[in-house]
Design a protein. Sequence first.
Length: 392
Amino acid sequence: MKVAVDSFYLSLNKYCEELCGDKVAIVHTPESFISVLADGLGSGVKANILATLTSTILAQMLKNGVELHEAVYTLTSTLPTCKERQVAYSTFSTLQIFNNGEAVLIEFDNPKAIILRNGNEIEAVKHSIHIQNRLVIESRFKCKPNDVIVLVSDGVLHAGLGTILNFGWKRRDVISHLRSTMRNNDHARDIGENLMVVVNDLYRNQPMDDSTVLVARIVDRTKTVVMVGPPRKVEDDYDIVMKLLSADGKKIVCGGTTAQIVSRFLKEEIQLDENISLNSDLPPMAMIRGIDLVTEGVLTLGRVGDLLVDCVASKQQLDHLCSIEAKDGAIKMVQMLLSECSEIVFLAGLADNPAHSQVAYSPLSLRFKVRLIERIAEHLRALGKIVSVVQC
């Protein structure tokens, strides 16, 4: 059984600092999910640079196939030690989760990771490794669906220190909070945001240290199918609809003609969404029993592509888009693809649309549609999704 990772991270800057001294890097390969949480020494610009170098170097080396031990050796050899405090200029935690559920966790002077299964903490087998005279802790374990792995910087455990709490928010307190607030259907975003609200409250909205949480939630890998346009040959309609209906993930239909084909095979009526938004210039969504999302075609997909460009460029825009109420089919599709789907297959129908061919030099051409789907797939891959496009 293959698994996927639903991940989210959030940071609070130290009060009055413009830059955060913690940094998270997440990369995806066909075989694994890789994340690095680095904590630079001190705060501000210097800490930000050190944490950025640490997280970027480690993540990219692992992405390029360098063995974890070699990557850590290279990094610890490169990072200097503070002469005054005799500590490394940056600490880090690295988590790599493979498609088969095997996980490798490397921790260097960061708070111990929290691994929860069915609401209870589990202890992974740990090995101490000395690399360049520095103690690194390695853990290997097998993930199961619904496991939650939480990495934090020490700012989270310092929350409330000397003010609300005498000794800060200890690790056991964080675990207790997670166990009491997590629900079965929570996404990684829900868990991370909830945790950081408490951290900020304990700091009284004035964090005395950079604080970061990284949540990795293990989910079953499911295949979402997006059917866009009818197939070139009418006799292929049945096979393509069956591929849509066989998806064990979400089933999405784009385009009026496509919706009619699916409706006919399912023998279910198409119902227009009565909640039409006056704030959107896109055609309204529709509903077919057994289908998760039904939208208009190329116009909606064009907006989906634009939204994904913003998400790739800015994590803030990504977080905002995933947290707002969907007012049209484009936002709804982006939220669904990013938050509820791991593997996505686009079935790009190659039948000509007579309505499009009547407009000379119209951008709504068959070639444009295929390019648009490929562009959407490219952006989704950049955001960590496994995507394929099948022309039919």
